[in-house]
Structures are given as structure tokens and as C-alpha cells.
Ligand binder design. Structure first.
Ligand code: ADP
Ligand code: ZN
Length: 737
């Protein structure tokens, strides 16, 4: 009866002993036949099945394929305590697999991320901070309590808590005895608090209201469609799409809001609580195992009405999904670049089209893909052109560096420094933006010219002065800064070249000695929570000068910030990537949008050596329609996305000869591609030609928009036999081309 309650209407049931086909998470290219376990099972049910000597996780995918003698079939071991995957979800996984050319087991792994699936029944006890003080404190006990305090009130599993504290489980048990830690039942089956769609609505402006009404109508239609919600930074896009969420809740359906950066969830969750009277479920890497398990099961049971999360939240087993919001939809972090290569924006559209749900793509600077789809009428479009309240858009200006005589070791020009001084005098905040982590991007030997590189990647090591080490931004490897040059062995000649945010902070501290300087860079914070805390402190006014990487470009609200200084506006325009213009335009407009979000008007100053560059001109004039139209025309002429289709094939191996040989073999045997009119380019060294000791070459395939690309690619790569240690990854719609 328990399982029955979770099964959807019309689902197929397999009585005990009947043959079933099971999709497992093991890397096999076919379904496996078993007999239904004791008590029978529903289609979509999660099972444990024997495979050789092991027990593995699987899902009932249909009736047995009959490829085995029924009498010899092994029975599945047991049905797991989780709602069966619904037909809609099974279809989504299948179609996402077809689109991204991903094997089904890898898709199933994405869809079974409840921490208790696949593992033996998880501990049903969890641990949280108690009231008592232990009579005796030890260092280990302090560490455990510090973790619990940092995560304010959250509950952990025993092993998870011990691991995070770096202690043994007996320390936790000891604290339980002493009354400082509480042991209780896991809240797995506890629904999230109900959200009240009419709790505290805001009075919207006329244009916000018009947008909200259109979104509400689209959600109420209970059919798939996509709306591009375009609004300048600070126009109230969030307020508007929260009305779509309200409508979805009123319809009794579930809503998902995707954010590109977990540091943004704190502020967003607070806004949800203010609007709907309770907090939503969260799904991202900063959430504890216990909360993840609860979220996964409650999403399936309908006990979570709104999920706020990272891209992987698309693979949760929603019971009745009515709305997906993709906030900052242009953000490149929506593209998953490891494992299953997918773009969460595109998968959101696929998921919603199967679920009969609404998609809202929100951005101040949409992706060219979405802009083109809106122009073509495939997406509806809502525009919010004014900032809310007295806030106005920042004034934008170029600072031409060609005329500036900048002394060595300085990156803030005189005019920018004067602007910062002005803000300091008025007690306002300035943001200095530089999209480079670390102290200096290059360390060079002034005796021989050698640049220190990573041992296993084709990348330069970046000096991180806070860490006192050199770091590879490809593989994360670090090493101490050597005293002597590794090439010529001369001592004392290694010198940092160029600025990173840490070096810029050094300059700012020296030039503005009375200012409080804060650096926001992802590598400087040990945990998502620490980063959130720093962002909140800055918003509250704890810094005068904020120095940041692209982390600060994303949607944060710093009310006292009135000046944005872009240290190097030309940085993104180098290189041959066809998306460079789009990226730079988006990033610069986003960063500038951080200024003047409250009453005081903002200014954005862009340091550049090429103020006449068409992209820089478009950034300054804010002629977005003109910029997109020109970009679209260029892409159309080149036949590249979104007007044509592309796929990147990356081959990698420790053996450089092997990757080029296979790459050349593929390039020669291009019959399956030519048959669909597609062209193949390469092999060429991949943008990063060596990572973690593996050599990488890339082939690019370009096809007409209507060509059946996936089928041709599958046939094409299947022609060649791959050596065991050669990896092949197919990236549909690559980020760079
Ligand atoms: P966006 O997402 O477009 O950048 P937000 O939704 O974050 O804009 O709105 C910017 C600021 O203006 C926020 O602090 C928000 O609460 C406020 N705001 C926007 N619209 C309204 C409104 N109708 N009533 C009250 N505050 C609003
Ligand atoms: Zn490396």
C-alpha cells in the first residue's frame, strides 16, 4: 500500500515473479532483465538488483525484454522506499539523453541523487545543536559544535557531521550524552511549510503589473510555453516572476527557480519568505545530506511547493511541475562542463515542454539564443525598461588608457582614482571589477624569460598571495612559489606580471589607506556560507571598496554602491571565440548594473585601450537591440548557433600521438556527417591542450539547423575503435566555437 500511494494513475504494475526490464546506474549499454521482487513493483520504481556479486541501483523501465530464459532470470532484491519515477520524468531522461548523446545510466545517476538511494537504508537519526554546555570541552568537541553553530540549527547525519568537523563519530556521541548535541528522527518525511501565495504581495508598478499579469495568465493556461522576461538591472524582474510563482502555487502545482550562483540563494530565500511567509526547499552543493534527502522525497510527494536551486534541481522527481524560472538565463554557469554536458536553460525548456509547464527566462542581458527565439516568436517577451523607484541606470563612460601614463604596478588610472576618492568622501561604495582571480596571472623569470607553468596542464600557474602558493586554474594543483627559476636556476629573479584581484587590492590599500577594502573572489572563501556572509556584510556597508571577479556581476544588491570601475574592459575581447562579443557585452552591462541600485545615481567607468571597438561602443550607448541585431546577423552569416548547429568532440589521452591519430581517423571517415550536409573541422588542440596530464584535441562539427545531428554523430564516432585510456566527450552546443 505504501508503494501504491506513490504510483501515478494508469501506471503499470508487475506482480512478483513477472519479467521486468531494469535500467541501472552501471555503465552498461542496455536494460537488464530480472523478475519482479516479492510484493511486485510499479513501473518507475527504484530497486536494488543483483549484478554479479554486487547489489546495484536500478529503476523498473518496462516489461522484460524476453531476451533471457524466464526460468533463469534472477529476482530483483527489493523495492526501495522512494516514489517511482513518473512517466514524465522517464520521458525527460530519455529525451535529454538523446539530445546530449549521454548514456541512460548517466542520466539515471543525475535523477537519483537522493542520498539514501542506492545506499543501504540510511541512518534514520540526525544530530543538531542542543541547549546544554558540556562539562568538559576538548578541541574535537569544539570543532563539532563550531560546525553545528556555523550551520545554525540544521541537522546532520552522524558520519557527515563527524567528517565536516574532522573528528570521529564517538566525539559526536559524547556530546549527545553531555546534552550539547541533540539526536532525533530524520525529517525525511516532513513536508516543507506551506507557502501562502497571497501572504504579502507587493504593490507593483504599472509595467511590472502588466508583465506579472501576462506571466500569471501563461501559468494559469497549464500548457507549455516560454517567456523571455527582459528587464534592466533593478527593474524588478524578481518581483514580477514571483507573481508567476504565486499563480503556480495557487494552481496547486510546483515551481522551480534556478539561480546561477549559490551565493545568490541567501538573498533570494529571504525574499521568498517575505513574499510567501515561509522558506522554500533548496537544492545545491551547500545543502546538507539530510536536507537533500528530505527535498528529494518531498519533491516527489508534493510536500515541497517551491524549489530554489542549481541546475541539477532540474533532475528532481517533481510530482506536478507547473513553472521553471531560469534567472540570469544568459549565465555561462548554466552549462555543465563535466560529466553529462548539458545547458540547464535548454533542458528547462525540454522539461517544461514535457510537463506542460511555463518557462520564464529572466535576464537584463539575454543570451543571443533567447533573443533570437523571441524575435522569431517562439518565445513570448516581456520588457521592463525602467529601474524601480528613484533608481536610475548608471551613467557609462570609457576611460581611454592610451593617454594615461600608468606607472608600473598600477592599474587604477588617475580619473578612476579621483572618482573613488569622491565616493569615499561621501561614504558611498565603489566596486573595482577585474575578472582575474589571484595575485598575478603570470610569474616570469627576469633572468631567462621562463614563465612558470603547471606540470600537468597546458596552463600558466597563477600566484595566489593569500595562499602563498602558485595555483593552476585548470586542475587546481598548487605548489610553493620557488626561490629560484625552475629553468635557469637563477635566484631572486621571479616576478609577478599583470594584475589579479589580490594585487589590485594591494594597490587600493596603498592608494586609499583609510578605505576598508574587501575582495570577493570564489577561491577566497572556504564555504558557500562564508561567501554569503561576506556578501551580506558588504550589502550592509562593511566595506568602502569592493574588489571582485565576475562573482560580483551576478545579481547582488549593494544599495550603497554608486561607482563601478572596470579595470580592463578589453580582457574578454581577446581571442577568436565567436561568442566573445556577446560575453563581454553581457558581463560589462551586468557589472555596470551593480551601481546606483538605490537613491544615489551610479556611474560606471570602463578602462579601455580601444574605446572605438564596436562592442565597447554598444556597452556605452546601451543600444542593446542594435547590438543583438548585429551579432545575430554575423552568426547567421557564419552559419553558427543559433542559426546552425554545432557539436564539439574532445578526445583526450595521456598519449599525444594517440589522440591525434584518432582525431585524424575521425576527420577522414566523415561519411555519416557528409550525408547530413555537416562539415567537420580539426582535429586541433583543444582550447586548453593539456589538462591533468591528458592531451586534448577537439573536432568541431557544423550542420544546418534542421539536420539530424545527434544520429549522425553517434554513427560517426562509432566507426572507430578507441584505445582503453582514450576518452571521447561529445558536447552539443559548445560554449565556445
Ligand atoms: P531585478 O531582478 O530586475 O534586478 P529586483 O526584483 O531585484 O530587480 O528589484 C530591485 C529592487 O527594487 C529590489 O530591492 C526590490 O525589492 C525593489 N522593488 C522592485 N519592484 C518593487 C515594487 N513593486 N515594490 C517594492 N519594491 C520593489
Ligand atoms: Zn594544472
Amino acid at each position: 500500500a505504501r508503494v501504491e500511494a506513490g504510483a501515478e494513475e494508469g501506471a503499470e504494475f508487475f506482480p512478483e515473479g513477472t519479467p521486468i526490464a531494469v535500467l541501472t546506474t552501471q555503465p552498461l549499454d542496455r536494460l537488464l532483465d530480472y523478475r519482479a521482487p516479492a510484493g511486485g513493483c510499479w513501473i518507475g520504481a527504484f530497486l536494488e538488483v543483483p549484478l554479479g556479486p554486487r547489489a546495484v541501483l536500478g529503476v523498473v523501465w518496462g516489461p522484460g525484454t524476453g531476451s533471457f530464459d524466464r526460468a533463469r532470470l534472477r529476482p530483483a532484491s527489493r523495492v526501495l522506499e522512494a516514489a517511482p519515477l513518473r512517466a514524465e520524468m522517464r520521458e525527460f531522461l530519455g529525451r535529454a539523453a538523446d539530445y546530449t548523446l549521454t548514456p541512460m545510466p548517466a542520466m539515471l545517476r543525475l535523477a537519483s541523487r537522493a542520498p539514501d538511494l542506492g545506499a543501504p537504508p540510511a541512518a534514520r537519526r540526525v544530530y543538531r545543536l542542543g541547549e546544554g554546555t558540556p562539562p568538559r570541552m576538548t578541541e574535537a568537541r569544539e570543532k563539532v559544535l563550531a560546525v553545528l553553530e556555523e550551520y545554525g540549527g540544521l541537522a546532520f547525519q552522524l558520519s557527515e557531521l563527524a567528517q565536516m568537523a574532522g573528528t570521529g563519530t564517538s566525539v559526536v556521541k559524547g556530546l549527545v550524552k553531555a546534552g550539547a548535541v541533540l539526536e532525533e528522527e530524520a525529517p525525511r518525511d516532513m513536508p516543507f511549510p506551506r507557502l501562502d501565495p497571497s501572504a504579502a504581495p507587493k504593490a507593483l508598478t504599472e509595467s511590472q503589473q502588466a508583465g506579472a499579469d501576462r506571466l500569471r495568465a501563461a501559468v494559469a493556461a497549464r500548457r507549455y510555453s516560454t517567456t523571455l522576461l527582459r528587464g534592466v538591472t533593478g527593474s524588478g524582474k524578481t518581483e514580477v516572476y514571483l507573481e508567476a510563482v504565486a499563480e503556480c502555487l495557487a494552481q496547486g502545482r510546483q515551481a522551480l527557480v534556478l539561480l546561477p550562483e549559490i551565493a545568490l540563494t541567501g538573498e533570494f530565500v529571504g525574499r521568498v519568505e517575505a513574499r510567501f511567509g515561509a522558506r522554500p526547499a533548496e537544492w545545491h552543493s551547500g545543502v546538507t545530506q539530510t536536507e537533500r534527502r528530505r527535498t528529494w522525497h518531498m519533491v516527489a510527494a508534493g510536500g515541497a511547493e517551491l524549489v530554489v536551486g542549481a541546475r541539477s534541481a532540474l533532475f528532481l522527481p517533481y510530482r506536478d511541475l507547473g513553472l521553471i524560472v531560469v534567472d540570469e538565463e544568459h549565465d555561462t554557469s548554466y552549462k555543465q562542463e563535466e560529466g553529462v554536458l548539458y545547458n540547464a536553460r535548454d533542458m528547462a525548456v525540454l522539461r517544461a515542454s514535457i510537463a506542460g509547464a511555463q518557462v520564464v527566462l529572466a535576464s537584463a542581458t539575454p543570451s543571443l539564443e533567447s533573443w533570437v527565439n523571441a524575435e522569431a516568436g517562439k518565445y513570448a517577451r516581456i520588457d521592463l525598461t525602467d529601474r524601480f523607484g528613484p533608481a536610475v541606470l548608471p551613467r557609462m563612460e570609457a576611460l581611454d588608457l592610451r593617454g594615461e601614463d600608468m606607472p608600473a604596478g598600477r592599474w587604477v588610472s588617475e580619473p578612476l582614482a579621483r572618482a573613488v576618492e569622491g565616493r569615499l568622501a561621501r561614504g558611498e561604495q565603489s566596486l573595482l571589477f577585474l575578472n582575474r582571480r589571484g595575485y598575478a596571472p603570470v610569474t616570469i623569470c627576469r633572468a631567462c624569460g621562463h614563465q612558470i607553468g603547471c606540470d600537468t596542464c597546458d596552463a600558466r600557474m597563477v600566484e595566489h598571495r593569500f595562499l602563498k602558493r602558485l595555483m593552476c586554474h585548470q586542475c587546481g594543483e598548487t605548489k610553493p612559489i620557488p626561490a629560484a627559476c625552475p629553468a635557469c636556476e637563477v635566484e631572486g629573479k621571479l616576478a609577478p606580471v599583470g594584475p589579479g584581484v589580490e594585487r589590485l587590492a594591494e594597490e587600493a590599500t596603498a592608494r586609499f589607506p583609510r578605505a576598508r577594502v574587501a575582495v570577493l573572489s570564489s577561491d577566497l572563501f572556504g564555504s558557500a556560507r562564508a561567501l554569503k556572509a561576506e556578501i551580506a556584510a558588504i550589502a550592509a556597508g562593511a566595506a568602502d571598496i569592493v574588489i571582485g571577479t565576475q562573482l560580483v556581476a551576478k545579481g547582488h544588491n549593494f544599495p550603497k554602491l554608486t561607482l563601478v570601475g572596470v579595470i580592463d574592459a578589453d580582457l574578454g575581447l581577446q581571442g577568436s571565440d565567436l561568442r566573445a562579443a556577446e560575453r563581454t557585452f553581457q558581463l560589462m552591462r551586468q557589472v555596470a548594473g551593480r551601481a546606483g541600485r538605490a537613491e544615489a545615481p551610479g556611474t560606471a567607468l570602463l578602462q579601455t585601450f580601444q574605446p572605438e571597438h564596436p562592442v565597447i561602443r554598444a556597452i556605452l550607448t546601451g543600444d542593446e537591440e542594435g547590438f543583438w541585431a548585429a551579432e545575430a546577423a554575423e552568426r547567421r552569416a557564419a552559419g553558427v548557433p543559433p542559426f546552425g548547429r554545432m557539436a564539439g568532440i574532445v578526445l583526450s589521452s595521456p598519449d599525444v600521438q594517440e589522440v591525434f591519430d584518432l582525431g585524424n581517423a575521425l576527420a577522414r571517415r566523415d561519411g555519416p556527417l557528409r550525408r547530413i550536409g555537416a562539415q567537420v573541422f580539426g582535429p586541433a588542440p583543444a582550447p586548453i591542450a593539456r589538462v591533468r596530464g591528458r592531451h586534448r584535441v577537439r573536432l568541431l562539427v557544423k550542420a544546418e539547423r534542421s539536420a539530424p545531428l545527434q544520429a549522425a554523430l553517434a554513427e560517426w564516432v562509432a566507426q572507430v575503435k578507441r584505445p582503453a585510456n582514450l576518452r571521447l566527450a561529445i558536447d552539443i552546443d559548445p560554449q565556445s566555437f
